[in-house]
Design a protein around this ligand. Structure first.
Ligand SMILES: Cc1ncc(COP(=O)(O)O)c(C=O)c1O
Length: 418
């Protein structure tokens, strides 16, 4: 049972009020100290058990170039996992060298593959047909393919990315001939990647997933008579979204993963392939508070608190029924009141940030903090109902600054003509 690491920011509400006055609401507020702590934890856990490893931050979870550059300045060895030309652009803008990046797409167009190839990053392909399309552009020296290991796991069914229902990766039964033909076509070095789900807090799943990946890696190595240079176990490292959940012990996770590597490759770590991971949520998820304001309160068949942030601002609750800790500013102890739904101003009945939660009494204008909004928060926000997207700020020590201005209605229509 652990309190949220940013709870003190909510309890000491003077600064949050100041930010709301200066930048307006809804506002995504990121805390630099928490980003550094998350990077430090994951890097030192890897360092304890692996001689050769590479962290590729998953840009899809949050692509703000200022945050990417903050991360990269703190941990210069950090690369980026990009899934679109736009994410490559963000990584490049942040100063992350393209040689430290990997492109993991799916159903990529020729244009997508051309961008990835031209950027000089590594390419991780989702299918044999992707390789056929890439070949027409060029054959890279190094390539990896994404494995579907036949199983998957995730906090919600929608974020399971392995197994029979998953649209991602190559089934383990079909993957070997793809390596054989890529070798014939001139690829010199190979890796194997697998990301079979997200928001996982079960240590043992990572062990099982790694065993399945290394089983397939061994079969590939035997067949192509060549060692794989890199193994990416993807990500899926979960974070607690409630006080009842414990954080993953990354030291335990990487200790157990290293034992699987030892079983397959022996005790001499210099014989091991480079371990790669692509964390998104575990780096940026818990570093951000989404600050919103109460705009209306309604007693209907249910009780509603309406905010100036809705499903367009923060989609996870409407998309997955994801539950986030939500606090009224300055509330030290949760005052249990009538159950309420917290909603936004969007004309959709799925527009909810919380359903049937006990919440303190609020009045119009009160500030509300939505926790753990850093990953898949702003990145998934949109302009539905023609609502401009939020602003983002980064707090670093005593300093804070705007890292993305609030969109205007004019911005929304800037590409339209009549
Ligand atoms: C290929 C790939 N790698 C990494 C990630 C990041 O996962 P997480 O946010 O669980 O760290 C994702 C998320 O969907 C992904 O698809």
């Amino acid at each position: 049972m652990a309190k949220h690491p940013l709870l003190k920011e909510v309890q000491d509400n003077i600064l949050l009020e100041k930010y709301s006055k200066e930048f307006g609401t809804p506002l995504y507020i990121y805390y630099g100290y928490q980003i550094k702590e998350n990077l430090q934890k994951i890097n030192s856990a890897l360092q304890s058990y692996f001689d050769q490893y590479q962290i590729y931050y998953a840009v899809k979870s949050n692509s703000n170039p200022n945050l990417l550059s903050f991360m990269h300045n703190y941990l210069p060895s950090m690369g980026a996992d990009c899934s679109s030309p736009g994410e490559l652009f963000a990584a490049n803008k942040a100063g992350i060298p393209m040689e430290s990046c990997v492109y993991t797409g799916n159903y990529e167009s020729k244009k997508d593959l051309q961008s990835a190839y031209d950027s000089g990053c590594e390419i991780n392909l989702d299918d044999s047909t992707s390789f056929q399309r890439l070949k027409k552009i060029g054959v890279p020296n190094y390539i990896s393919f994404r494995l579907n290991p036949g199983i998957g796991k995730g906090r919600f069914s929608q974020i399971i990315t392995g197994g029979k229902e998953a649209k991602f990766g190559i089934p383990k039964e079909k993957i070997i001939p793809i390596y054989e033909s890529a070798k014939k076509d001139g690829v010199k070095l190979f890796g194997l990647q697998c990301h079979s789900g997200s928001a996982i807090l079960d240590e043992d799943y990572f062990v099982k997933n790694t065993q399945l990946i290394l089983n397939t890696a061994r079969r590939i190595e035997n067949k192509i008579e060549q060692n794989l240079s890199k193994i990416s176990i993807g990500s899926g490292f979960g974070i607690p979204y409630s006080d009842d959940e414990d954080a993953l012990d990354l030291n335990n996770v990487f200790c157990k993963i290293s034992q699987v590597f030892e079983d397959f490759y022996g005790r001499d770590k210099s014989d091991w392939p480079i371990l790669c991971i692509e964390p998104g949520r575990s780096i940026i998820g818990n570093t951000c508070i989404l600050l919103a304001k109460v705009t209306g309160i309604k007693e209907s068949y249910k009780n509603f608190i309406g905010l100036d942030a809705g499903m367009e601002t923060f989609m996870r609750p409407a998309l997955y029924s994801a539950e986030h800790r939500i606090y009224k500013l300055g509330t030290k102890h949760k005052i249990v009141d009538l159950p309420v739904d917290i909603t936004g101003r969007i004309c959709e009945n799925t527009d909810r940030l919380a359903v049937n939660i006990s919440f303190p009494r609020v009045v119009e204008g009160d500030l509300i903090a939505i926790m753990d909004a850093g990953a898949y928060g702003y990145a998934m926000s949109n302009q539905y109902n023609t609502r401009p997207r939020s602003a983002e700020i980064l707090v670093n020590g005593d300093e804070y600054h705007l890292i993305r201005s609030r969109e205007t209605i004019e911005d929304i229509f800037q590409n339209c003509s009549i």
